[in-house]
Design a protein around this ligand. Structure first.
Ligand SMILES: Cc1ncc(COP(=O)(O)O)c(C=O)c1O
Length: 348
């Protein structure tokens, strides 16, 4: 079987390459002792590296599923335009998959605070951005919101709005692949699952599958502290835009600050687990949760039959698209000095 050799060839090579079913598991890597303060309490913490998906980010999985399922239901017939509300990973993943299904024109509503770098990324992938001034009080039913506008446009003949915020094929993708892989990779020994809350597709899909296998598994959802920026994940206010009933899939919510997310992701990256801010964000939330359980004296309740506590957290993407942000949010003392900086040729 070609899956083992990891080769995709022939007329449908890219379709096969983008299909998680036809690919090896995304790696599950235990973080080193230096980053795990609970090592001596038999707690092991694993990073699930969605960076190893075909498009290098978590959205490759639901992006594929949302389009492939529509194709399977015959809902792509006559569709020539795709419109989504997304400023990054989702629309880029959808665009690549949709082109394979014959849809060439991809547009995306993006917020007016979008970074220039992200705009360039959309243009690089051939996606037309439509800048939208988002309302101050986010509400998906507000006709001024990008979500609403994308939905409206998606109703036009020949147009489709995949709608990552309430499309069931988003969480189902994680149920089918991410969670199943984690269950098999941990041989059913996992006690705690943790992920950041964005569209909440990741947490719902994983929680649904894993809790079905193990009722007392704990699901930790990580939310941005108010006014704290971390790309891809949301604050409590921004989560109001999400159509899914995510709260019923999450046991505990942890809040994390910008600097903790960026610093943890830099620490992971320096140790060889090369991941971006929302990965450090999830790890930070997980460590806070374990610390809280220890303080409460309830850590032992998480132990599996072997007396261990096996935890997994999701790493949605890598650090490179956000490189300049690390220098904005972290301290100079976090980085080495450049020697002879004065010799550098002036950059225009
Ligand atoms: C970088 C990054 N982190 C985290 C998430 C959150 O994942 P989900 O939308 O499944 O909640 C996303 C989603 O777009 C993301 O792009």
């Amino acid at each position: 079987m070609e899956k083992n050799l990891n080769i995709h060839k022939g007329k449908n090579s890219i379709k096969s390459f983008l299909n998680p079913e036809k690919n090896p598991n995304f790696p599950l890597v235990e973080i080193p002792e230096s980053l795990n303060p609970f090592t001596h309490e038999k707690v092991s913490i694993f990073a699930k590296l969605m960076t190893f998906s075909s498009l290098g980010n978590v959205k490759a999985v639901p992006g594929y599923n949302m389009i492939a399922e529509k194709a399977a239901r015959g809902e792509l017939e006559g569709i020539e335009n795709i419109i989504e509300n997304s400023s990054g990973n989702t629309v880029f993943s959808i665009a690549v998959v949709a082109r394979l299904f014959g849809i060439q024109k991809i547009q995306s509503f993006v917020p007016d605070e979008i970074s220039w770098h992200k705009l360039l990324m959309l243009l690089f992938f051939g996606i037309s951005p439509i800048v939208n001034r988002e309302p101050a009080d986010p509400d998906p039913a507000d006709p001024a919101s990008g979500i609403y506008k994308a939905k409206e446009l998606g109703l036009k003949k020949g147009w489709l709005n995949p709608g990552q915020y309430d499309n069931e094929d988003n969480p189902k993708a994680h149920q089918k692949w991410t969670a199943k892989q984690i269950w098999e990779q941990t041989e059913g020994k996992i006690s705690v699952f943790c992920a950041g809350l964005g569209t909440t597709g990741t947490i719902i899909g994983n929680s649904t599958y894993l809790k079905n296998k193990k009722k007392d598994l704990q699901v930790v959802g990580v939310m941005r502290e108010a006014k704290s920026y971390v790309p891809g994940v949301r604050t409590e206010v921004l989560l109001k835009l999400i159509g899914f009933d995510w709260k019923k899939h999450v046991d505990t919510v942890q809040h994390v600050l910008t600097t903790d997310a960026y610093r943890k992701s830099m620490e992971l990256s320096r140790q060889g687990i090369v991941v971006g801010p929302s990965s450090g964000f999830a790890l930070s939330g997980l460590l806070d949760y374990l610390g809280k359980r220890k303080k409460e004296g309830t850590l032992d309740e998480l132990r599996n039959e072997e007396g261990e506590i096996v935890c997994a957290f999701i790493c949605p993407d890598g650090p490179i698209p956000y490189l300049d942000e690390y220098f904005k949010y972290l301290d100079n003392s976090d980085f080495p000095q450049i020697k002879n900086e004065h010799l550098l040729k002036k950059q225009t």
